[in-house]
Design a protein around this ligand. Structure first.
Ligand SMILES: NC(=O)c1ccc[n+]([C@@H]2O[C@H](COP(=O)([O-])OP(=O)(O)OC[C@H]3O[C@@H](n4cnc5c(N)ncnc54)[C@H](OP(=O)(O)O)[C@@H]3O)[C@@H](O)[C@H]2O)c1
Length: 285
């Protein structure tokens, strides 16, 4: 298959490109080659390629910045998704669009399944939810994939890093590190998302999917595990979200259950802890 990857030099895009190249003709598209918020550009670039599948990782997802620039967030996360959805129907390709655990408000306190009602609480989350709806309503052959707390070997371009790179940096620069224990989620390596996405695009099981590692953990426990595995000796303390000024509302519990992947027998996601161990062994040792 011909698989075009939008955001191919990003955190998730890098792994998607590497893994899709093993089995498919993979076409990397960076921001300098495509602008998803411009329908003419999307149409022209993708008509030239004629892909069987387009996987889009592009987003405005620096969460505090989205609050300050809601027009940009809507343009990229909302209109950009609509553009890809319309062009996917015109050209007949399958479309993968990634979304976020932030569509939930966290009050459920046990894992969210795809059929749970959403309650996005920030400009970022609302625009990503708009993107989901636009893809699901305008593209026939769509996979909308919600991910959470992602980390990869290439830092997230929009945020300039990921949780692991931040912890390693802080442990070197600060006398002590404080991390919140009252935000619970399931951090997931981009490599695992890329592998599972590649399996999903082989199917016609279109729809909405949660795709995170198994299990759940607080940011503090996750940091503790990273510090232990990497032997970081800087003191690490538990903190509360109340200790930090709240710029944006974030869900305090956003664990996703991969219910739809399980229904079709395609949940290959590992538990967060062995996944973290593998990632650290491959990238930090
Ligand atoms: N990071 C997380 O923890 C997290 C959690 C939940 C969901 N997600 C979702 O996961 C996806 C991938 O995240 P990531 O960490 O891989 O992001 P990333 O590293 O920031 O990569 C995004 C890529 O998209 C490109 N891009 C941005 N705006 C574009 C536009 N308007 N048109 C075309 N390309 C554009 C970026 O290029 P430039 O940098 O050159 O602009 C970059 O190559 C996003 O949809 C995000 O919302 C992430």
């Amino acid at each position: 298959m011909k698989v075009a990857i939008i955001g191919a030099n990003g955190q998730l895009g890098t792994d998607l490109l590497e893994i899709s190249s093993q089995h498919h003709e993979a076409i990397p598209l960076t921001h300098s080659e495509i602008e998803i918020s411009d329908i003419d550009n999307v149409s022209e670039v993708l008509a030239d390629i004629h892909p069987d599948v387009v996987i889009c990782t592009a987003a405005a997802h620096n969460v505090p910045k989205c609050e300050l620039e809601p027009d940009v967030a809507f343009k990229i996360n909302g209109i950009g998704s609509l553009n890809l959805a319309k062009v996917s129907n015109e050209l007949g390709f399958k479309l993968v669009q990634y979304s976020t655990d932030y569509v939930f408000d966290g009050r459920k306190m046990n894992p969210y399944v795809e059929s749970d009602p959403v309650y996005p609480q920030s400009v970022y989350a609302i625009t990503k939810y708009a993107g989901e709806q636009l893809v699901m309503n305008y593209s026939t052959k769509h996979f909308v994939v919600r991910v959470s707390g992602i980390y990869g070997k290439i830092p997230c371009r929009a945020k300039g890093g990921n949780f692991i790179s931040t912890m390693v940096k802080l442990s070197k620069e600060k006398p002590e590190v404080r991390v919140v224990m009252d935000e619970i989620l399931t951090p997931t390596p981009t490599k695992e998302i890329a592998k599972n996405t590649m399996a999903l695009i082989e199917t016609d099981a279109y729809g909405l999917y949660h795709m995170t590692c198994e299990g759940e953990v607080s940011w503090y426990e996750f940091a503790r595990t990273i510090f232990d595995i990497l032997h970081l000796e800087t003191p690490l303390y538990e903190a509360s979200v109340k200790d930090f000024p709240a710029v944006v509302k974030r869900p305090f519990y956003s664990v996703l259950e991969n219910a739809n992947l399980k229904k079709i027998g395609m949940n290959e996601m590992p538990h967060w802890k062995p996944a973290l161990l593998t990632f650290l062994e491959e990238n930090y040792k």
